[in-house]
Ligand binder design. Sequence first.
Ligand code: PLP
Length: 379
Amino acid sequence: MTIQYLPPKKISSFYPPQRTLMGPGPSEIAPRVLAAMSLPCIGYLDPVFVDMMDELKMLLRYAFQTDNALTFPASGPGSVGMEMCFVNMVNPGDKVIVCRNGVFGGRMIENVTRCGGTPVVVEDTWGEPVDPQKLEDALKQNPDTKVVAFVHAETSTGCMSDAKTLVEIAHRYGALTIVDAVTQLGGSPLYVDEWDIDAIYSGSQKCLSCTPGLSPVSYNQRVVDLVKQRRTPSQSWFMDLDLVLGYWGSTNRTYHHTAPINGLFALHESLVLLREEGLENAWARHTRHYLALKAGLEAMGLTYLVKEEYRLPQLNAVRVPEGVDEAKVRKTLLSEFNLEIGAGLGPLAGKIWRFGLMGYSAKSENVMLCLSALGSVLM
Ligand code: PLP
């Protein structure tokens, strides 16, 4: 046998440029988190690692503000956390109300359909929060609804919905709740237990400022009971909570899949940083830098997509001024200032820019660079 398929060019080590990340994620990673990631790998059942897993669970309970035993980082990006909720909680024929006010609500609908469930969609305008009255009307018309799903912090628009009220309505009609907190966690207030959220997932790469590829999740006892009562196994082997529990849930851990060890070192460090700063201080820091960015953007004549009271400090969606080539502006910011900002998605493509202030990226240097760079490009 001869060796074939040699790369057609000499390929050297890859060194990414140093960018200022102010898009919708990933955010910049704190040096301590990067350093933790580069520590030597150890086994996923090494007793030292197992102790660290317990600490990770404690730190995630703090971040989510929950006592849920089943709180852990799922291996995979936010989409895995999303899918883990649906494949475990939705069986063929189940009715699920999905509130859609942006891109990620649309993905939830896809998940329901792929699980064989029947989605009932409550639509709201992109850039506006989910309307609690519309959810209540939908529940009245569909009293057999098993689950209500919605996105707390819609990254595609920068709009926050009232999770507490939506969960309270869902429970009044006997439905369980799935909440997307990918952009919320660590950036704005979130109280999983106080708001009685049943299932929630997030991502490591936004306000936690960790490396991408991990999805913190948390499930309350109602979800655990539901999973235990299933008569047929979940359609997904990898995301079957019953099986994953053998590794993350019990004290007597057994192999399920090879955990992303170094990524978990990094998540542990990013959560230690969050604990050191304090949740409320982290939320306040996001708000402080949002206010500074807003003052500068508005001084340039730019306007926000979302009404002030529903705005996410960590995701600023701003209208592109008439006659400006929005893609060219983003390209210039990247090539001349090493600054990444985000474009609009779906119906908002070409109409908005998205400025992220997430986690380690939420700092004054970034606000100042962004305002001066954008000011000079728009002049
Ligand atoms: N949900 C929301 C609100 C998001 O913003 C994202 C990603 O940006 C996801 C889900 C999917 O996460 P990931 O890209 O990590 O799979």
